[in-house]
Design a protein around this ligand. Structure first.
Ligand SMILES: [Zn+2]
Ligand SMILES: [Zn+2]
Ligand SMILES: [Zn+2]
Ligand SMILES: [Zn+2]
Length: 560
C-alpha cells in the first residue's frame, strides 16, 4: 500500500515538474532561435546593397524572389521593393542588384533601360502591353520596373521591352535620374558647376523633389512614407531627418538647377520650422539661388501652419503617396512671413543675452501658453497616454477648464503694456494676448475671422503684418476653440512690443512654452520663406478635423 502511494506521489511530482519545465524550455529554445536569426539577419543587413527591412508578417500576399514560395516572414527592400523569405535572404542579397541610384560612368547619359524585377507587383496594377489586370495569380509572376512602375505579364514580356529606354513614368518630372547624378559627378571632377547644361538630358519641366521625413513624428507614419517615397523616386532624394539634419540634406539642392527644386517636409509644424531655419542658413551661406520651395505633409495632429497652407492639419493615410506627389507638382508658390521674437529680461538679468526665437505661427502670453506648458509637462511624464489625437484634445480641453479655476493669468492688462507699431494700446480686462502670423490657431481654429459680422482687414501670412487678439481666460479660449465665442481684436501691426512689468507669466512661440519673468518682448519681421500652397479640393483630412471639432462641440453642449 505504502509503495503504491509513494509511486503516485512520485508520478505527481514528475508531472508537476514537466508541466513547469516544458513551457520554460520551449520558450527558451524559441527565444534562442529568434536571437540567432536576428543576429544572422543583422549581419546581412549591415553590409547590404539593399535597404532591407525585416517583417514578422507581410501586409499582403508575398512570394520570395529567390525560391518563389509564398512567405509570411522575411524582409523587403525599401528601395526596389524586392521581398525574400528569411532562409533565402542571403541568396537574394547575392543574386539581385538594388535600384541603381547613381549611374556608373561609361554609360551614355540621358538614356537608361527599364529595371524589371519579377513578382509581388501591386494588386491593382495593369499590364502595360495588354492592359489586363496584373499580379492576380497566386505565385511569383509578372514584372515591375523599379523606376517607371510599369507592370507587365510574364507572357507579355518581350525582349524589346527589356532593352527599351525607361521614361520614368508618371513622376518623371520629380525624379532625379541616376545618369544626372553621374554627369554632375563628372562635372565636379572637371571643376565645373554649370549643371544647367545637363538639364536638357532630363526634361523641360523638371522640378526635382527632395523628401525630408521626420520618422519620429506621427507614430509610425513617417517610417512607412519614407519607404513608399524611396520606391517611387530615386532613394537619394529621400531623407530621414532622424539620421541627417535638414541643413545637410538640403545641400543636394546645390547640385540641381537653380530655382527649380521643391522640398516636401513630412512632419509636424515643428519639423517645418526646423527645415525653414536650415533654408535661412543657405541664404547666409550665399546659396540664395538654390533655395527650394517647401510643401508640407503634416504628421501628428493640430498642425496650424500646414492647415493654413492648404495641406491639412494631420495626415493619417487618407490619400495615396502618389496623390501627394501629384498635389506637390500642382501646388503654387507663395510667401510666408517669418518673425524674430526677442525676449530681453529686465533688471539684474539684463546682462544676459536676450533669447531669440524664429516664429512662423504665433506668439502668446497667458492661458493658452499655460495650457501648452501643462500639456508638455504631463506628456513628458506619461508619453504613452498621448499617442491618440482624441485623448490629446480631451486632455488639452481639461487643462483649459482646470486653469480657469486657478486663474493664474488674472489681470494681465495691469501687468503688461502692449505697443503696436510704437503706439500704446489700451487693454480691456484680459488674461491673454495672442500674436498671429497665420490663419489657424490652437489646432484648426480661425482666430482673426471669428464669426462676428463687423468689418475687419483680412489676415494674410505674406503681408508683413501680425494680427493681435486678446482672450478673457482659458474658458474663453476653450469656447473660441469650439466656435462658441470670439477673441477681442486688438489690431494689426508690423512690429509688436510687449512689456511684462511684474510677476511670472507663461509664454509660447509656435507651441514651445516656457515661464517668463519681467521682460520686453519685441516681434519684428525677419524674412520670407518660399512655400507651396495646396489649393485643390479639401482633403479627407480637413473633413475629419472639422467633424472632430463638431464632436467636441457636441460634447460641450452636453456638458452645459
Ligand atoms: Zn525563398
Ligand atoms: Zn533593393
Ligand atoms: Zn521603366
Ligand atoms: Zn499582359
Amino acid at each position: 500500500m505504502e509503495g503504491a502511494g509513494g509511486g503516485a506521489e512520485w508520478r505527481l511530482a514528475l508531472w508537476t515538474l514537466c508541466s513547469v519545465l516544458l513551457p520554460v524550455l520551449i520558450t527558451l529554445w524559441c527565444s534562442l532561435q529568434r536571437a540567432r536569426r536576428q543576429l544572422l539577419i543583422r549581419d546581412i543587413f549591415r553590409s547590404s546593397k539593399h535597404d532591407w527591412r525585416y517583417t514578422d508578417l507581410f501586409g499582403q500576399p508575398s512570394y520570395c524572389c529567390v525560391c518563389g514560395q509564398p512567405v509570411l516572414r522575411g524582409a523587403f527592400c525599401r528601395c526596389c521593393g524586392r521581398r525574400a523569405g528569411e532562409g533565402c535572404l542571403k541568396r537574394a542579397e547575392r543574386r539581385f542588384p538594388c535600384k541603381e541610384t547613381v549611374a556608373r560612368s561609361g554609360r551614355a547619359p540621358a538614356a537608361m533601360p527599364h529595371h524589371w524585377i519579377r513578382g509581388n507587383v501591386p494588386l491593382c496594377s495593369h499590364c502595360w502591353v495588354c492592359t489586363q489586370q496584373c499580379g492576380t495569380q497566386p505565385k511569383l509572376c509578372d514584372y515591375r520596373c523599379v523606376w517607371c512602375q510599369n507592370t507587365v505579364h510574364d507572357e507579355c514580356m518581350q525582349n524589346s521591352l527589356k532593352n527599351e529606354e525607361c521614361t520614368f513614368g508618371e513622376f518623371r518630372d520629380l525624379i532625379i535620374p541616376p545618369y544626372y547624378l553621374s554627369a554632375v559627378n563628372q562635372m565636379r571632377k572637371d571643376k565645373r558647376t554649370d549643371y544647367e547644361k545637363i538639364v536638357p538630358y532630363c526634361r523641360k519641366h523638371w522640378i526635382p523633389i527632395i523628401i525630408l521625413t521626420n520618422t519620429r513624428s506621427g507614430n509610425n507614419m513617417g517610417e512607412t512614407l519614407l519607404g513608399e517615397f524611396k520606391i517611387l523616386l530615386n532613394p537619394v532624394q529621400v531623407f530621414d531627418l532622424s539620421k541627417i539634419a535638414p541643413a545637410k540634406a538640403l545641400q543636394l539642392c546645390t547640385l540641381l538647377p537653380c530655382n527649380a527644386v521643391r522640398v516636401l517636409v513630412c512632419g509636424g509644424d515643428g519639423t517645418v520650422g526646423w527645415v525653414l531655419d536650415a533654408i535661412d542658413e543657405m541664404k547666409i551661406k550665399g546659396q540664395e539661388r538654390y533655395i527650394p520651395q517647401v510643401a508640407i505633409l503634416p504628421l501628428g495632429t493640430g498642425n496650424d501652419l500646414s492647415n493654413t497652407l492648404g495641406w491639412g492639419a494631420g495626415y493619417a493615410g487618407e490619400i495615396s503617396v502618389e496623390q501627394i506627389l501629384r498635389n506637390v507638382m500642382e501646388a503654387d508658390g507663395i510667401k510666408l512671413d517669418r518673425w524674430k521674437v526677442q525676449v530681453t529680461n529686465k533688471g539684474y538679468y539684463n546682462l544676459r543675452k536676450p533669447k531669440v526665437f524664429t516664429m512662423n505661427n504665433y506668439f502668446s502670453i497667458g492661458p493658452d501658453a499655460l495650457m501648452a506648458l501643462n500639456f508638455h509637462a504631463h506628456r513628458e511624464k506619461t508619453p504613452s497616454l498621448f499617442s491618440s489625437r482624441i485623448i490629446n484634445k480631451a486632455v488639452y480641453f481639461f487643462y483649459g477648464t482646470k486653469d480657469c479655476l486657478v486663474q493664474e493669468c488674472k489681470d494681465l492688462n495691469k501687468k503688461v503694456e502692449l505697443e503696436l507699431d510704437g503706439e500704446r494700446i489700451e487693454l480691456p480686462n484680459l488674461e491673454g494676448i495672442i500674436v498671429l502670423n497665420i490663419g489657424y490657431w490652437g489646432g484648426g481654429c480661425r482666430l482673426w475671422e471669428g464669426m462676428g459680422d463687423e468689418p475687419y482687414p483680412l489676415a494674410r501670412h505674406d503681408d508683413g503684418l501680425l494680427e493681435v487678439v486678446g482672450v478673457y481666460g482659458s474658458f474663453h479660449c476653450a469656447q473660441i476653440q469650439v466656435k462658441l465665442a470670439n477673441p477681442v481684436r486688438l489690431g494689426q501691426a508690423h512690429t509688436v512690443r510687449l512689456i511684462l512689468k511684474s510677476s511670472k507669466m507663461p509664454m509660447q512661440v509656435d507651441g514651445e512654452p516656457w515661464a517668463q519673468g519681467p521682460c520686453t518682448v519685441t516681434i519684428t519681421h525677419k524674412t520670407h520663406a518660399l512655400m507651396l500652397y495646396h489649393s485643390g479640393e479639401q482633403t479627407d483630412d480637413d473633413a475629419s478635423s472639422v467633424s472632430e471639432q463638431e464632436h467636441v462641440r457636441e460634447q460641450t453642449d452636453e456638458d452645459v
